[in-house]
Write a protein that binds this ligand. Structure first.
Ligand code: MN
Length: 479
């Protein structure tokens, strides 16, 4: 939406939280007065930026404190008020959120200065205190990326790279797929403009060519489910440009991308996901090895859905993603879906879920406790969390997330320290492997343990890839 005005924000907020409207207005006036006279590089008054940030947050159905903090997010940095003022005029939570976002803004990931490293650490660990800080920062970055055309070419490339390396992965980790996809595409547009254009043109052409078939499938499936009394809603989506770019880079051709087109099929309850799957497989033949059950095996960022790729009409292949309406909210908004679906205090539930369900979060806390030195900490986070990830299975079919380069030793320590400390060997896909075997996506890993073993040998510290495994081995040896 272009040229958002206060009224658009108010309308959006009123749709889901009428009680917040007055306070949001107050925060807008407050920020407007403070930023008075400041202009953006586009020539617009500065307030348009926080207003757009708040609008992005309202679109995610953010709570009142988050909306206020979105409107005030640049006031500590760019005007002469202090944290205490916000605390006095609003409340402590809003003040903390604005303060957290301000600290993040001062960091620069590409620089090696101590000051920056300390700040970077603050940002990364701020997520452990209140994940809403990161969510506001993501909205802030999204609006800045949407208006990047007004910056110098150097700034464009610098921001795009940082967005690709840090913010898109962060959005992925909290499951905010919508923001993640848009951030990726905006970044690619500035990092590889020619490539971006080429893929975009091809994508539009393919969409036009396939539209008739896709609409036919959508209609037939919708009718079929209705006839079987399964309440449903179906949406069509095409892979984002960056997603296509990645596949092409891996050597695939556009026509090989089996999930280029997807039908998102939302139904009322879990049992009907499986019922719908059976009905749909009867209508269109599935490709046998392209079925995934992420309902029973959720992804590590809570994503749940059934995936099955079908042979559609006119030789196109189409992926179906079958899930409940609530799962779909989580698929689009991740952790922030709790603003909508939580019955109690959404913030506490987000924080609790982060601790219990998100594997990256555990790794983050471990690294924070292992590395005293800021530079080492930031490097390690970049290496282990913001680099390519692989996903492997336990013997029970649970999905475990590890950095690329991880070995069975890392896998064992990720399961538990006890398993790591008593490990004597490992099987991958039923074959015995050396302990420094480099794990690949979808490997099935079984760790052999022996209570009487003397524990891992010294050289295993070198063979492990993750900081946690290395640290645990060294500690055990020192004992
Ligand atoms: Mn900002």
């Amino acid at each position: 939406m272009d040229n958002i005005v206060l009224n658009d924000l108010i309308k959006k907020v009123a749709e889901y939280n009428i009680e917040a409207v007055e306070t949001v207005k107050k925060a807008y006036d407050y920020a407007k007065k403070l930023h008075d006279g400041q202009v953006r590089q586009s020539g617009e008054p500065y307030i348009t930026h926080p207003l757009n940030v708040a609008y992005i947050l309202a679109d995610m159905h953010a709570d009142m404190d988050t909306l206020c903090a979105g409107l005030l997010h640049d006031t500590l940095e760019d005007t002469n008020i202090i944290k205490k003022d916000i605390e006095y005029d609003f409340n402590k939570d809003v003040a903390n959120l604005v303060d957290g976002v301000t600290k993040i803004s001062k960091m620069n990931f590409s620089s090696k200065q101590d000051q920056n490293m300390a700040n970077t650490r603050k940002i990364i660990t701020s997520i452990t205190e209140d994940v809403r800080i990161i969510i506001i920062k993501l909205a802030d970055r999204l609006h800045n990326m949407r208006t990047l055309q007004f910056k110098s070419e150097f700034k464009q490339k610098e921001n795009a790279l940082e967005t690709m390396e840090i913010f898109a992965p962060l959005a992925y980790y909290i499951g905010a797929y919508r923001i993640k996809s848009e951030l990726e595409d905006l970044s690619l547009r500035y990092l590889k403009p020619d490539m971006y254009k080429k893929i975009e043109e091809k994508k539009i052409k393919l969409e036009e060519e396939s539209n008739k078939c896709l609409q036919e499938m959508l209609f037939k499936i919708h009718t079929l489910l209705n006839d079987n009394k399964i309440p449903n809603e179906i949406k069509l989506r095409t892979k984002n440009i960056y997603g296509i770019y990645k596949r092409l880079n891996e050597g695939q051709r556009l026509s090989d991308i089996h999930d280029l087109f997807a039908l998102k099929i939302m139904v009322d309850k879990i049992a009907n996901c499986y019922n719908a799957l059976g009905l749909i497989h009867d209508l269109y033949h599935p490709i046998n090895n392209k079925f995934k059950d992420y309902i029973c095996n959720p992804k590590t960022n809570m994503y749940r859905s059934l995936h099955s790729t079908l042979f559609g009409p006119a030789a196109i292949t189409v992926q179906t993603q079958i899930r409940t309406f609530d799962m779909d909210k989580i698929a689009s908004f991740g952790l922030t879906a709790y603003w909508d679906i939580a019955k109690g205090n959404a913030r506490d539930i987000m924080q609790k879920d982060l601790k219990e369900k998100f594997q990256f979060f555990k790794s983050l806390i471990e690294m924070n406790s292992i590395f005293g030195d800021n530079q080492e900490f930031v490097n390690q986070v970049k290496r282990e969390l913001f680099s390519d990830r692989i996903y492997v299975y336990t013997t029970k079919g649970e999905i475990i997330e590890l950095p690329k380069g991880a070995t069975p030793i890392d896998f064992a320590y990720k399961l538990s320290t006890d398993i790591g400390n008593t490990m004597v060997g490992a099987f991958v896909n039923d074959e015995y492997v050396p302990v420094d075997y480099v794990l690949k996506n979808k490997d099935r890993v079984r760790i052999v343990t022996d209570e009487l073993s003397f524990g891992p040998r010294e050289e295993w510290a070198e063979k492990a890839h993750t900081s946690y495994a290395k640290k645990m081995i060294k500690e055990l040896i020192n004992k």
